[in-house]
Design a protein around this ligand. Structure first.
Ligand code: PHE
Length: 337
C-alpha cells in the first residue's frame, strides 16, 4: 500500500468512526485512536512521510497535513454537535423567556404623549378622551362657531358621507373627522360640573397641503380649566411651567393677541427655546357663550383653554426637521428615540 492509499484509508476510517461515535466519550476514544500524538494511526501515517524520497517529501507532507486537518475539523464539529443541548422539538420548552432582543420601541409621538400626560398631571390635570369622528355640534356650534363661519367649509374639513349615521333631533347628521381637540372641552363640560381641570391628547384632521411642517393629521393636547376665579395669569403659568418641564428651564412663553370663536380674549402662544421662537398653539379664556352652551353660568365661573401641537414640541426637542418622518414608519428613524 503506497502512501496515497494509506492516507485515503486512514481518512475514510476516521470519518466513519467519528460519525459512529454515540457520545462524547466514544468520540474522545476516536480522537485518541486517530489523532493521538504519541501513538496510534496518525503516528503510523507520519512514518510513511519519512520513508519517501527527499524530492517527494514536501508533496507527501502537504497531503499528510491536509488529511490530518480534515479529520480533526470533522471531529471538532461533531464534538460541538454532541456538546449542544438537544433542541429536538420534543424537548422545546415554550415557557422559557424569549431571546433578549429589542424588537421595537414606542413611537416618538407616543413617548411625547406619555411625557405630556405625566408633566401636566403634576399640575392636577386628568386625562379625558373624545371621539375622532365628531358631529358638527361638538366640533363647531357648541364652540361658538356659527353655521356661516368659514372654518366649517367642507374644503377645510374631512366630512364623512353621512348616510351611515342616524339623525337625532337637532342633529344635522353630518359627521367629520374632528379638526381640533377643543371638541373634548364640550364633551367634558356636558358631563361634569366645575371645577374642571382636564387635558385631552389625540389626533386631529385637516386637509392641509402636506409639507415639512404640515400634515393632514397631527396631534394636539387640549387643556381646560374651569372654576371660580380662573385667570389668564394662571393659563400663562401653567403653559410656562409645562414647557419648562418638558424642554428645560430656559423656555420663555409669549402671548400674541389672536381670535378663536370659543375664547375671549384669545392668544397665539409662542415659546422661545435656545434663542428661537416657535408657535406652539392657541389659547384663551373660555368664551361666555361656550360656558352657557353647556349650562354653566359665566357670572359664577371662568376658565381657560389651550390647544398645543404635540408634533411641534417633539420636533423641537429632538431636532426633527420634517413632520412627515413621524408617519413613514421607517425603522431607521423610529429606532433613534
Ligand atoms: N383649537 C384651536 C386650534 O386648533 C386651539 C385652541 C384651543 C385655541 C383652545 C384656544 C383654546 O387651533
Amino acid at each position: 500500500m503506497d502512501h496515497t492509499e494509506a492516507f485515503a484509508l486512514y481518512e475514510k476510517e476516521a470519518l466513519e468512526a467519528i460519525a459512529a461515535a454515540a457520545d462524547s466519550n466514544q468520540l474522545e476514544a476516536v480522537r485518541v485512536d486517530f489523532l493521538g500524538k504519541k501513538k496510534g494511526r496518525l503516528k503510523d501515517l507520519q512514518s510513511l512521510v519519512g520513508k519517501v524520497s527527499a524530492e517527494e517529501r514536501p508533496v507527501v507532507g502537504k497531503l499528510f497535513n491536509e488529511v490530518k486537518l480534515r479529520v480533526s475539523a470533522t471531529l471538532d464539529s461533531r464534538k460541538s454537535g454532541l456538546d449542544k443541548p438537544k433542541t429536538a422539538l420534543t424537548s422545546l420548552d415554550v415557557t422559557l423567556p424569549g431571546a433578549p432582543i429589542a424588537f421595537g420601541k414606542r413611537h416618538p409621538l407616543s413617548q411625547t404623549i406619555e411625557d405630556f400626560k405625566d408633566i401636566i398631571g403634576r399640575f392636577g390635570f386628568t386625562v379625558a378622551d373624545g371621539p375622532e369622528i365628531e358631529d358638527e355640534y361638538h366640533n363647531f356650534n357648541a364652540l361658538n362657531i356659527p353655521n356661516e363661519h368659514p372654518a366649517r367649509d367642507p374644503l377645510d374639513n374631512f366630512y364623512l358621507a353621512t348616510a351611515a349615521y342616524g339623525i337625532n333631533a337637532g342633529d344635522s347628521g353630518a359627521r367629520l373627522l374632528r379638526s381640533q381637540t377643543s371638541t373634548v372641552q364640550i364633551r367634558v363640560m356636558e358631563q361634569t360640573r366645575p371645577p374642571i381641570r382636564i387635558v385631552s391628547l389625540g389626533r386631529v384632521y385637516r386637509p392641509d397641503t402636506i409639507d415639512a411642517t404640515h400634515s393632514c393629521m397631527f396631534h394636539q393636547m387640549e387643556g381646560l380649566m374651569v372654576g371660580e376665579g380662573v385667570t389668564m395669569a394662571q393659563l400663562k403659568t401653567v403653559l410656562k411651567l409645562f414647557a419648562q418641564t418638558y424642554l428645560g428651564e430656559d423656555v420663555t412663553i409669549r402671548f400674541r393677541p389672536s381670535f378663536f370663536p370659543f375664547t375671549e380674549p384669545s392668544v397665539e402662544v409662542d415659546m422661545s427655546w435656545r434663542d428661537t421662537w416657535l408657535e406652539i398653539g392657541g389659547a384663551g379664556m373660555v368664551d361666555p357663550n361656550v360656558l352657557r352652551a353647556v349650562g354653566y353660568d359665566p357670572d359664577e365661573v371662568s376658565g381657560f383653554a389651550f390647544g398645543l401641537g404635540i408634533e411641534r414640541f417633539c420636533m423641537r426637542r429632538h431636532n426633527i426637521t420634517d413632520i412627515r418622518r413621524f408617519y413613514e414608519n421607517d425603522v431607521r428613524f423610529l429606532a433613534q428615540f
